[in-house]
Design a protein around this ligand. Structure first.
Ligand SMILES: [Mn+2]
Length: 227
């Protein structure tokens, strides 16, 4: 079975309960579509656990992307004094939930810091899957349809902060599975629930905002919610 969740945002307890609930066998895989860290306090714990598991695959979200940049420059190397331009963005990241990640990361040993940074640096931006003949495109988010159809023109930012057009079917023969946007923003009636439509599956239920952590099995379409 292939399972997909996203935007765990440091909710370590919900993550552990999801892993327990899925009770994955060797042939099963859980994809996490990015934003492991920030806002909730358990992002670093989640990374340490994911690194030990063979059947959990993470893609990169905007928060993981910025955490890598800022942890490397300001928690490992000491660039605090000289880089004013980057420091403004660093301050914004801290305010947007990065402070929790920064503080937990700072408590790690040098070896642990190194492995967390290597892990973040290794995360892919998207992945294509075929399950029982059905095609899926997995990523944190994607850009608008016209641009994605010309994928050569896309930059990594399109897969981190792109503005997805949920009202448009991008591909007739492939479902786009994404996180990043809490489903309540797509349709308030779906707050805390997985949203599906127009060959999209949106799995970010807003777990860090008090909603359940949503997960979908792509083989069976079963939806799993961890309160
Ligand atoms: Mn995001």
């Amino acid at each position: 079975m292939v399972y997909v969740t996203s935007d765990i945002h440091g909710c370590y307890e919900k993550y552990l309960r999801l892993i327990e609930r899925l009770d994955m066998k060797e042939a099963d895989t859980l994809y996490i579509l990015g934003d492991l860290v920030d806002r909730g306090g358990g992002g670093i714990e989640i990374i340490k656990d994911v690194m030990k598991r063979k059947n959990v695959v993470c893609l990169r979200g905007n928060h993981d992307y910025y955490a890598l940049i800022f942890l490397k420059r300001f928690a490992v190397q000491d660039h605090i004094k000289e880089e004013n331009r980057l420091k403004d963005v660093f301050r914004l990241w801290l305010e947007d939930g990065g402070a929790e990640t920064f503080s937990a990361f700072s408590k790690l040993s040098d070896n642990e810091k190194h492995s967390v940074l290597s892990f973040l640096d290794s995360l892919p931006f998207y992945e294509e899957l075929s399950i029982n003949g059905q095609r899926f495109f997995l990523s944190h988010t994607v850009c608008e349809k016209a641009k994605l159809l010309d994928i050569e023109k896309c930059s990594i930012l399109d897969f981190l902060i792109g503005e997805l057009e949920y009202e448009k079917c991008y591909f007739e023969d492939m479902t786009i599975v994404t996180g990043h946007t809490p489903t309540g923003f797509i349709d308030p009636a779906y707050t805390g629930r997985i949203w599906k439509g127009n060959n999209h599956i949106a799995v970010d239920c807003g777990a860090v905002f008090g909603n359940p952590l949503g997960c979908i099995c792509l083989d069976t379409t079963e939806e799993i919610y961890i309160d």
